[in-house]
Design a protein around this ligand. Structure first.
Ligand code: GLN
Length: 553
């Protein structure tokens, strides 16, 4: 019997980056899934970095960690959020990963003395990885987003792999180009020429796109659709207008208005499935996003916001999303305030500045690394604890919350983490034993405690109330841990460790009892990576509940 053929959709950018290729890919995944297909989404990143773990979040945005522990691009977060499921470690590829594999294989004589070249060896390794991800997910359709835009040198091998797959499986491969249609303010007219040129450039690689998603500020008229259709020899229905929308959650709905899933199914020779669910859940969620008016004010105290004259929140995108989903669930729109922790450092920070924190209903200190901005975060945490402002610490945010407790409640004034000052006497947060050697060897890439690990949850705690179960599984990314030598002291002083690794050694959640503080809780893991629009994260929901109640006192 002929084995069922996998289908592949390649999403390629035209004209320029930053026009929503990732959201388009995620949305294509969501609508095909709603038609009953098993879909996986794959990002092919052109970087020579072997993974995204070593990239600076200010420049590159958040590092998103998968269950497998792979450190990936923030697009992977969108993919999981739109599909409402976790993806596999085979769903993220970088050029670095591919080249490293091929070069390592060459050093191990795996090519039997052949001359090893980009074509065929790199290209074929990419094809192999596309196929492997389809298999790992047992999916009907794999949607591959090729990073960068057409014309880049860096992504040319991915394009070549995609072309070859079309040659090998003409009925199983489709191409989608996400392109930009500018409306220059002086002209007031939408221009299609850059997109036409991008299509032609792609054609010069041997790839003819099947669908063009035209991104622009306003909807595209029929005349321009026709122009593009003629330029790339396509039926006009296959040119999709994708104007800016109020929220990204409208994008799958808008695509369906233009029959995107139907067109793709036709192109890929796919028959209608019996188990199609439709996009009702999406429509309901998108309506909630639009119609929720009452607000809850949440501050994120971080250090990766400022680049030049701009404030970017990309480094914390999953945290922002997690806050929003739980707020919507509770009927509120989250207004998120970015607070630069460095503004709270030094002797001269005025009392009024701290009092301004009062206006926030809840405070989050997200993950982070290194020394800068730490004293500011500690000062804000102390204020939140003493003034009973709901506080949620994520990873570094939990470690700092415990350091603050040790300093100001236990009276250990030099309490700190080995990450900041290894000479200090009271290292409340210390390097994990298996991490020491890695740092000595300068083995920084992909070497932290990464990915999904289980934790036991203590009964009668805030955490247990939120999760409603004894055993959880959450994603991690850290090198340091709560120093076991201080656990007794901290516990005696009122701090509750409500989540622990199954062997009882690693502290996974710390909290203060509800009767002491409405919500003062931190997690060593990153709950934000598992928050989804259609399945908000229980700890974020519990935090937002406390934030909403702050005003009802
Ligand atoms: N820097 C801390 C550690 O490595 C926290 C990491 C994080 O917040 N992701 O343990």
């Amino acid at each position: 019997m002929k084995s069922k053929s996998h289908k592949y959709i390649f999403v390629i950018g035209g004209v320029m980056s930053g026009v929503g290729k990732g959201i388009a890919t995620s949305s294509i995944g969501a609508i095909l899934q709603s038609k009953g297909f098993v879909v996986n989404l794959l990002k092919a990143d052109p970087y020579l970095n072997v993974d995204a773990g070593t990239m600076n979040p200010v420049e590159h945005g958040e590092v998103f960690v998968l269950d497998s522990g792979l450190e990936t691009d923030q697009d992977m977060g969108n993919y999981e959020r739109f599909l409402n499921r976790s993806l596999s470690g085979d769903d993220y590829i970088t050029s670095g990963m591919v080249y490293k594999h091929v070069i390592d294989a060459e050093r191990a004589l795996k090519y039997g003395g052949k001359c090893v070249e980009a074509i065929p060896h790199i290209r074929d390794e990419i094809v192999h990885r596309f196929e492997k991800s389809a298999k790992a997910n047992k999916s009907d359709i794999t949607v591959v987003e090729i990073g960068g835009t057409v014309g880049d040198y860096q992504n040319i091998m991915f394009m070549e792999a995609a072309r070859v797959m079309k040659v090998m499986h003409p009925h199983d491969v489709a191409f989608v180009m996400v392109s930009y249609m500018p409306v220059p303010s002086k002209l007031g007219e939408m221009k299609s020429k850059p997109t036409q040129n991008a299509i032609r450039q792609l054609f010069s690689y041997g790839i003819n796109t099947d669908i063009v998603i035209a991104r622009s500020e306003v909807p595209m008229d029929y005349k321009r659709r026709e122009k593009i259709a003629i330029a790339c020899s396509l039926p006009v229905e296959q040119i999709i207008s994708a104007p800016d929308s109020e929220s990204v959650f409208d994008v799958p709905i808008n695509f369906e208005k233009d029959n995107m899933s139907h067109i793709l199914m036709k192109l890929l020779h796919l028959r209608k499935k019996k188990n199609e669910t439709g996009i009702k859940e999406w429509v309901d969620f998108a309506n909630k996003v639009k119609n929720t008016k009452e607000t809850v004010n949440i501050a994120i105290v971080g250090k990766y916001f400022n680049t030049g004259d701009f404030v970017l929140t990309d480094a914390y995108v999953s945290v922002l999303e997690a806050i929003k989903y739980s707020s919507y669930k509770l009927g509120k729109k989250a207004v998120i305030h970015t607070v630069n922790s460095r503004d709270y450092e030094g002797e001269n920070v005025k009392k009024e500045k701290f009092m301004a924190i009062e206006k926030f209903d809840g405070i989050v200190v997200p993950g982070g690394f290194g020394e800068s901005g730490i004293e500011g975060k500690l000062a804000v945490i102390q204020y939140a604890r003493e003034n009973k402002i709901p506080y949620f610490g994520l990873c570094y945010g939990m470690q700092l919350m415990i350091i603050e407790y040790a300093r100001n409640v236990l009276g250990l004034k030099d309490a700190t983490t080995t990450e900041i000052n290894p000479e200090s006497k009271n290292l409340i947060i210390d390097i994990m034993s298996d991490q020491k050697k890695k740092l000595e060897d300068c083995n920084y890439g992909g070497s932290m405690r990464l990915g999904a690990y289980p934790a036991n949850i203590e009964k009668d705690t805030i955490a247990h109330g939120a999760y409603g179960k004894d055993l959880i599984q959450e994603r991690h990314r850290h090198r340091y841990e709560v120093n076991p030598e201080y656990i007794k002291q901290l516990t005696n002083a009122g701090l509750v460790f409500s989540g622990k690794s199954p062997n009882g050694i690693l502290m996974e959640i710390a909290e203060l009892p509800k009767k002491v503080h409405p919500f003062f809780l931190g997690t060593q893991f990153h709950p934000e990576f598992l928050a989804r629009p259609l399945a908000p994260h229980p700890l974020f929901t519990e935090f937002i509940k406390a934030a909403i109640n702050k005003n009802r006192k």
